[in-house]
Design a binder for this molecule. Sequence first.
Ligand code: ADP
Ligand code: MG
Length: 235
Amino acid sequence: MALIEAKDLEKTYVAGEITVRAISGVDFVIEPASLVAFIGPSGSGKSTLLNMIGCLDPPSRGSLVVAGQDITGFSRRQAARFRGEHIGFVFQDFNLLPVLTVFENVEYPLQMVQNWSKARRRARVMEMLAAVGMADQAAKYPGQISGGQKQRVAVARALVTNAKLVLADEPTANLDRDTAGRIISLMKKMREEFATTFVFSTHDPRLVENVETTFVLEDGRLIRNDLFTGGAGHA
Ligand code: ADP
Ligand code: MG
């Protein structure tokens, strides 16, 4: 079964007299444990699409099924619960909470959704920090670590609840080339280890090179869907 299926998806923003159709008539299918990128120029609708998949912003029309559930009619409460159970997020600017330590940042989503003991939470957080190579930085604050290290922590945070879907909006945009490469390798490793699906929005050719499926957006429409198998791409 597909992990994500969108049919005739549409998103319109209305602000006073002005209507912006950010996404129009988009169809796509994303399989479990895949690496997928939405690419396209700035303003083409990448973030809007990721936000709809992530139940942060409801579609205006069409259908969107994620992990077997039609999310189009979700209330805010249902959306929040669904996010907590199924989805991890990675952002361009890392979005770590500055007043929490590395450990506490990764623990945070666990406290929201799981009724676990402190010891069990601690073990899980340390397991994830070890998986991203940050176990020895657990007591530091975000202001004391580098951008690449922050994004490692963000990846650990996205996966700590065992989410099977991670949505990453331009995750390498604020990283230098080498650091971006290491974060891409890390996310690929996480996919192998935890069978997580990663859906990216990106401009970064290095990230695009590493995904299996690319959806190209232009003015809110899907203009191309390329499937790459073993590096040999064909439309
Ligand atoms: P991208 O991520 O590809 O740069 P976005 O999804 O952010 O594109 O934006 C797609 C279009 O929708 C743009 O024209 C943008 O201005 C518009 N848009 C995005 N969010 C909103 C909003 N909250 N209100 C009004 N218009 C928006
Ligand atoms: Mg965007």
